[in-house]
Design a protein. Structure first.
Length: 415
């Protein structure tokens, strides 16, 4: 069994070494890591093929295989994600505010690293490089524990990053990999309070729930995505079709895809046949409520469970609602507080939706697929936080920092 305490001790030492590096030095090392990823494309693809072969043997769905699959282009995107992080301003050391109190003390609030970050994640190998680069730039050591589905891919990625650091005289153990994918080791990691400052789970609902239930390390919850598009009575229907198809079918296996479509009853008879045809062209199965099924020709009747399910597949639940208020109430009952969208030309409806829907990202007339750290200008991302403490939404560099107060005096003592 792996010695997590040794990994933790090494990570703490490396976190201190990282804190002594200048922004220029961190950026130099990150650029070298990006180059080395591209140089080793063939090795990465070979390892990924082993994972994909096992996925097929284990009967994993094609959409989930897509989450796992690497291509030359995706590896190039991973390297570019690291280079994007290089281009971003380094928050570490920044003094956000400074003021003088009545005792003549100069008090400043400075951004500092969190320390050692543990990440438990599933399937997608790009999480390995995204997380490593963001943590490195912010002076945080990271211990990565990926799922067994992507074991070979994750392992070779970390080996390449570590070799790059070693060759370029960087802190090699700032990026570490848990090579034991057993639940027992994952549970130990959740309780590694002497070494981990925060634990970030990234994956499906089962993983998130298990971490929340078992962790004694502080947790930042990242999102499962039971997301919705609501088509208002004042929507442009072609826009609503384009947004719905993109949000569901462009990549259904990701957390910013939608799982439910809500439609105002005043446009349901006109809109439903149009969206049904567009979804059928993308091989999307439809599960509708009673009103929707009376209009749709191919839908099966949705169950109560369907409204709360993150399908991560070519399946969409559809419900007809009688008002904006009913749509908002449905969303706030069933969503996972990730990403929600309204399609409408009514300004007041859009503002009510923005104000009352409880989610990390709320859209007017745009696809939920844009909820992404890269798209938001954060470079890569650690994940989409769906909680409200510390961080919410796509987690970039700023969300991986904490605060230190620095105080300058000239001999003051407190009476």
């Amino acid at each position: 069994m792996m010695d997590l305490q040794q990994l933790g001790s090494q990570a703490q030492t490396s976190a201190h070494e990282l804190s002594l590096l200048s922004t220029q030095e961190k950026n130099r090392l990150l650029n070298e890591m990006a180059k080395d990823l591209e140089k080793n494309t063939d090795k990465i693809l070979a390892a990924n093929q082993i994972d994909l072969k096992k996925a097929v043997e284990n009967g994993i769905s094609e959409t989930m295989q897509d989450r796992l699959r690497l291509t030359k282009e995706r590896i190039g995107d991973m390297a570019d994600g690291i280079r994007q992080v290089v281009q971003l301003a380094d928050p570490i050391g920044e003094v956000e505010k400074m003021w003088k109190n009545e005792d003549g003390l100069m008090i400043g609030r400075q951004k500092v690293p969190l320390g050692v970050i543990g990440i438990i994640y599933e399937s997608r190998p790009n999480v390995t490089t995204d997380a490593a680069s963001l943590c490195f730039k912010t002076g945080n050591a990271v211990i990565l524990r990926g799922g067994k589905e992507a074991f070979q891919s994750n392992q070779i990625l970390v080996e390449i990053l570590q070799a790059s650091l070693q060759e370029n005289h960087g802190p090699v153990e700032a990026i570490q990999f848990v090579s034991d994918t057993s639940h027992e080791v994952a549970n130990q990691m959740m309780r590694l309070t002497d070494y981990l400052d925060v634990l970030i789970p990234r994956g499906g609902a089962g993983l998130i729930h298990r971490v929340k239930e078992n962790a004694t390390v502080p947790v930042i919850e990242t999102g499962t995505g039971n997301n919705h598009v609501y088509v208002d009575k004042d929507a442009q229907l072609q826009m609503a079709i384009d947004i719905t198809v993109n949000a569901k079918a462009s990549r259904p296996s990701v957390c910013n895809a939608i799982e439910t479509l809500l439609i105002h009853e005043q446009v349901a008879k006109q809109f439903l046949p149009l969206i049904e045809q567009a979804l059928l062209e993308q091989n999307v199965q439809i599960r509708g409520d009673q009103k929707a099924c009376e209009i749709l020709s191919t839908a099966t009747l949705a169950t109560e469970e369907d409204w709360g399910t993150e399908f991560l597949d070519y399946i969409l639940a559809i419900k007809v609602v009688d008002s904006l208020e009913e749509a908002i109430a449905h969303i706030n009952r069933y969503n996972t507080k990730h990403s929600e969208a309204i399609v409408t030309d009514n300004y007041f409806a859009s503002q009510k939706f923005l104000q009352e829907v409880d989610a990390a990202a709320v859209y007017v007339n745009a696809s939920t697929r844009f909820t992404d750290g890269f798209v938001f200008g954060f470079g890569a991302e650690i994940g989409i936080s769906t909680q409200k403490l510390h961080a919410r939404g796509p987690m970039g560099l700023n969300e991986l920092t904490s605060t230190k107060y620095i105080i300058y005096g000239d001999g003051q003592i407190r009476e």
